[in-house]
Design a binder for this molecule. Structure first.
Ligand code: GLP
Length: 262
């Protein structure tokens, strides 16, 4: 697990965006794994700017999002489909038919989930999966106690997750308690994983994910088992880690080896 600690949320977004820029320039038909939540918004803005500046194109790329609320159609303002269209897809040259998000309006969740898995395989697998982290350590909507080998399926949200996401819904508005989410096993098959976490509210989850045991009670801890997982944290999200100095030392050494310094 590579731990990168940066000064603030802006730097985290820029670092994250650079990973996508490098990938797309190397491999224009890359399969991108995307995430929702407030954390990746600044990264998406950075990608939009760099697309507008002519630095990257998504013309040949495709994408798979982690999750969607079950019971919300794609045109619902709180759906993750709507979020992705308005935060990213509408502003870049990705082909709409190449963007995949589980269909929250499905009448048959089981086959929708199976089809989602099959579509990922058909696309050749995910090259770079972006993740945020829930305050309880969830990734996608894989809440604590999720099987670490799980596949795309229906998941019940914890009251804490419902409360954390309540800010997006207006009073009295229907807020789903169920979701469709890639499983932890699905996420782990991505060739590279990039988890971004910013702010003090994530520090306990980050500590458990990085320095705790690999355990279903903190789904993000499974990333310890991934050969190419990078966690990009701001100071606040890293504030509960015990071994910050060691992680920073490793990164300085990596830089030194890469750039042939002293
Ligand atoms: C939701 C999403 C997750 C996301 C999490 C954290 O529950 N399903 O994918 O990582 O929220 O969101 P935020 O970045 O807003 O803290």
């Amino acid at each position: 697990m590579q731990i990168i600690i940066l000064e603030n949320a802006d730097q985290v977004a820029q670092y994250g965006a650079q990973q996508f820029v490098d990938l797309l320039n190397r491999q224009p038909d890359a399969v991108l794994g995307l995430a929702t939540g407030s954390t990746p918004v600044a990264l998406y803005q950075n990608l939009i700017q760099r697309y507008q500046a002519g630095e990257i194109s998504f013309e040949r790329a495709s994408s798979f999002n982690l999750d969607e609320y079950l019971g919300l159609a794609g045109d619902h303002p709180q759906s993750y489909r709507h979020f992705m269209n308005s935060q990213l897809f509408n502003h870049i040259d990705i082909a709409p038919q190449n963007t995949h998000i589980p269909d929250g309006s499905t009448e048959d969740p089981l086959s929708t989930c199976e089809q989602y898995e099959a579509d990922i395989v058909k696309a050749g697998g995910i090259d770079l999966q972006l993740l945020g982290i829930g305050r309880n350590g969830h990734i996608g909507f894989n809440e604590p106690s999720s099987s670490l080998a799980s596949r795309t399926r229906v998941k019940t949200l914890t009251p804490d997750t419902v409360a954390a996401n309540q800010r997006f819904f207006s009073e009295g508005e229907f807020q789903p308690r169920l979701s469709l989410t890639m499983g932890i096993g699905t996420i782990m098959e991505a060739r590279r994983i990039l988890l971004l976490a910013t702010g003090e509210t994530k520090s306990a989850a980050v500590r458990e994910a990085v320095e705790g045991p690999v355990a279903a009670r903190c789904p993000a801890s499974i990333l310890q088992m991934h050969p190419r997982a990078t966690l990009v944290l701001d100071r606040a999200a890293a504030s509960a880690l015990k071994d910050v100095e060691f992680y920073e030392y490793i990164e300085r050494e990596n830089e030194r080896l890469l750039h042939g310094g002293e």
